[in-house]
Write a protein that binds this ligand. Structure first.
Ligand code: N2P
Length: 357
């Protein structure tokens, strides 16, 4: 019996030692322990200089990973392999993550810089009282076009993309909601339509755009269009702003049938390990000058009204990228359509991509 107790005790002690060692190793490698935070963000969506600056100012090291769609982000967070302290999803995905109990409520007492955010972007329907999320960037979806390559052809409607003169000249951003949404909008349907007949109709309409589509791409769309590899693109507004900074022949329009208005926001996933550090990072990004520097580098529109004062006038007065509430009121924000409907959008998009090959 005594022997048995001895064996038992040694097993307990050995496991405790092992756990302690694993723990130390983890923190040494920086898995979001006291001195590290792990951030999960869209590609090209932060000035790298700010990550360094955050470390210099707070001593907190940043592990930084990127994703290229809300859906990919969700899958990775649910898998739980890496635990993230900060993620930056769009509004409909935040709604979904809230429903799936994947987010931690924020401690607003640790975010004094939240006062810098324009009221217009606070307390939106996807997250009342900003309980779980803080605005990062916002924008629209539209058409970027090269006036030199397409001539005087005005782009005002989604249907202009179907013009036969644009054969093999259009790049699409690789986003299920954006591309299916374009199909829906071009038919006069809502971006949040869940009627299967309408969705099939949108997919069939998109199939007829195939001859004009050169490729469906990720962040490289900016480089390709700026380098005039294609004349037209379906893009997020900030990407258009970035390209227009590189090539003066480019212009951006939000089509008249309507389009998407989106909001990307910082959240803390439930599995976060360094909640204190995550709040510090959010508050750092909300600082007026930091947000201004970030917006200038990224080219997307900042919801930080104090930041606007530190930015070039021609940037913040450009109605294409800082549209007034009268204009944005006409646009649609994506809703969380529920698991089945979102899967249906994704399946249609995949079929559409395969059909092209
Ligand atoms: C940045 C992508 C921005 C995402 N590359 C728009 N929601």
């Amino acid at each position: 019996m005594i022997k048995l107790i001895r064996v038992f005790l040694s097993v307990v002690i050995a496991s405790a030692v092992l756990l302690f060692v694993i723990n130390r190793l983890n923190s040494a490698e920086g898995f979001s322990s006291g001195n590290t935070i792990t951030i999960y963000n869209w590609g090209d969506y932060i000035d790298p200089d700010l990550i360094k600056r955050f470390k210099d100012e707070t001593g907190i090291k940043v592990i930084y990973e990127t994703f290229d769609s809300n859906e990919a982000m969700l899958t990775k967070i649910k898998q739980g392999g890496t635990t993230y302290d900060i993620a930056i999803p769009s509004e409909y995905m935040i709604q979904k993550m809230k429903e799936e109990n994947l987010l931690l409520p924020l401690d607003q007492s640790k975010l004094p810089n939240l006062k810098n955010i324009d009221e217009r972007f606070m307390d939106l329907p996807f997250d009342p009282n900003n309980k779980y999320s803080v605005p990062y960037f916002w924008g629209t979806v539209g058409i970027v076009f090269n006036t030199k390559l397409v001539g005087d052809k005005p782009f005002t409607s989604w249907n202009d993309l179907w013009d036969p003169s644009l054969k093999n000249d259009i790049l699409l951003t690789d986003g299920a909601r954006e591309v299916i949404g374009m199909g829906l909008n071009s038919l006069g349907y809502s971006l949040n339509d869940t009627n299967k007949e309408h969705l099939h109709e949108a997919k069939a309409k998109l199939d007829t755009l195939t001859p004009n589509i050169k490729a469906i791409v990720g962040d490289e769309i900016k480089m390709l269009i700026a380098n005039e590899e294609a004349a037209v693109g379906l893009v997020w507004s900030g990407d258009a702003a970035d390209m227009m900074g590189e090539n003066e022949n480019l212009d951006y329009v939000v089509p008249s049938e309507g389009s998407n208005l989106w909001f990307d926001n910082m959240v803390i996933p439930k599995t976060a390990k360094n909640i204190e550090g995550a709040h510090k990072f959010i508050n750092f990004m909300l600082d007026a000058k930091i947000a201004a520097q970030n917006a200038e580098w990224v080219s997307y529109s900042t919801p930080n009204k104090e930041a606007l004062k530190h930015m070039p006038k021609e940037m913040v007065e450009d109605e294409r990228f800082y549209p007034s509430p009268e204009l944005t009121d006409k646009l649609e924000v994506y809703e969380n359509l529920g698991k089945k409907n979102l899967a249906f959008y994704n399946d249609l998009f995949l079929e559409f991509k395969m059909h092209r090959k």
